[in-house]
Write a protein that binds this ligand. Structure first.
Ligand code: ZN
Length: 123
């Protein structure tokens, strides 16, 4: 892999942070998919009717919840992939709107952040 360069402007931990976040997002997606599959299996077994069976309504609600979480996780994974690409291109850590450097604290908390705090809080 990459040679560690002590004088590089790129924070060595950014890649690790992104990789860790990415692994977490993938795990979450995997687990949500499993839960969605098991819900589908349950509703097939019981023949639950989403509209008339109260059990079915609960299942439908749970499924919608999981679907939402899955969408969020997929979006997060996409953002992390884009951040990793920016890291390769050397534009990581710079705001996409004003090109100012993004505060390191912000990148620590949100490794996939694409805007500085000023731009993020501006509508
Ligand atoms: Zn900015």
């Amino acid at each position: 892999m990459d040679e560690p360069t002590a004088d590089s402007a790129e924070p060595a931990s950014a890649r690790e942070l992104l990789a860790a976040e990415r692994a977490g997002a993938l795990e979450r997606i995997e687990s949500l998919r499993r839960q969605l599959t098991s819900i589908r299996e349950v509703s097939t077994w019981t023949g639950a009717d989403d509209e008339h069976d109260p059990e079915g309504a609960t299942i439908a609600y749970e499924r919608a919840q999981l679907q939402g979480l899955l969408t969020d996780a997929a979006r997060e994974l996409e953002a992390l992939d884009r951040a990793t690409t920016r890291l390769d291109e050397g534009s990581y850590g710079h705001c996409e709107r004003c090109a100012d450097p993004i505060a390191p604290e912000r990148l620590q908390a949100l490794p996939a952040a694409t805007t500085c705090i000023a731009c993020a809080t501006r509508p």
